[in-house]
Design a binder for this molecule. Structure first.
Ligand SMILES: [Zn+2]
Length: 254
């Protein structure tokens, strides 16, 4: 006999995504501080009378009561902590918020707690509500997420010889996850040129506080180089190491 205490539990969560299930239910992917990613079900939530529906929209920070279930745990009550309304009211911010959730979803496994990534996503949503520079905020988030999952790119020393990278044209190895000096990068398979300005921006994003980062004024060409390199690196990691092909198609639109 299990007691009531064992069958129900409370947690805070961020709603990462949801899909329809059956006649009136939704399967919801949560990101929680204690349990990491968890897939649960909200029963009857598509009925017009549902009181839970409004609290289970994507990006919502919510306090939940859940009951253990056979396939999925069941949401028995939901109360919004922060709705992040500004992320829903602006199409660009909405698109980035979806992207941030998808990227996290792709990099973490179920029931693998990452409280620091939970805090990161909440912080990023707050910043995304007001940032004047969506792309800088996105690149900052990508690097912070990669650090959290152990794939931070090495940007200061050649990943082959270990020498400090000099201010010149260097190379970036997707496979090695970092910078190669000209001697080891030129002509190396899987290595792409990394212009000096793009390297400087990546280092700045990786090491400086966000309130400094967001004030950066960058040439569009440099920003595009950084965006392309981060996109290539994320796709490489997800294809080769994490095998998330669905997500790779989605990431190409950002
Ligand atoms: Zn080297």
């Amino acid at each position: 006999m299990s007691s009531h205490r064992e069958r129900v539990y409370r947690t805070r969560a961020i709603i990462l995504k949801r899909r329809e299930q059956g006649e009136a239910d939704r399967v919801i992917t949560l990101f929680t501080p204690e349990y990491g990613k968890r897939v649960v079900i909200a029963k009857g939530v598509r009925k017009p009378t549902s009181r839970k529906a409004g609290h289970l929209e994507p990006f919502t920070h919510v306090a939940l009561l859940l009951a253990k279930g056979k396939t999925w745990d069941i949401i028995t009550s939901a109360q919004t902590i922060t709705s992040f309304r500004a992320l829903r009211e602006d199409l660009d911010r909405t698109a980035y918020a979806y992207y941030f959730c998808e990227l996290l979803d792709a990099f973490v496994q179920e029931n693998d707690p990452h409280p620091e990534l939970y805090d990161l996503l909440l912080t990023t949503f707050r910043r995304l509500e007001t940032t004047p520079n969506l792309t800088l905020t996105a690149r900052w988030y990508e690097l912070a997420l990669l650090k959290g999952v152990g794939f931070a790119p090495q940007l200061f020393h050649c990943i082959q010889c270990g020498k400090a990278i000099q201010p010149e044209l260097n190379y970036f190895s997707l496979e090695g996850g970092g910078v190669l000096c000209p001697q080891h990068g030129e002509g190396a398979s899987g290595a792409q040129p990394l212009p000096l300005n793009a390297l400087k921006v990546l280092r700045y994003l990786q090491t400086q506080p966000y309130n400094h980062i967001i004030r950066l004024q960058l040439k569009p060409g440099t920003m595009r180089q950084v965006e392309k390199l981060m996109g290539d690196y994320l796709r490489f990691l997800l294809e080769r190491r994490l095998k998330s092909p669905t997500f790779i198609r989605q990431i190409q639109t950002h």
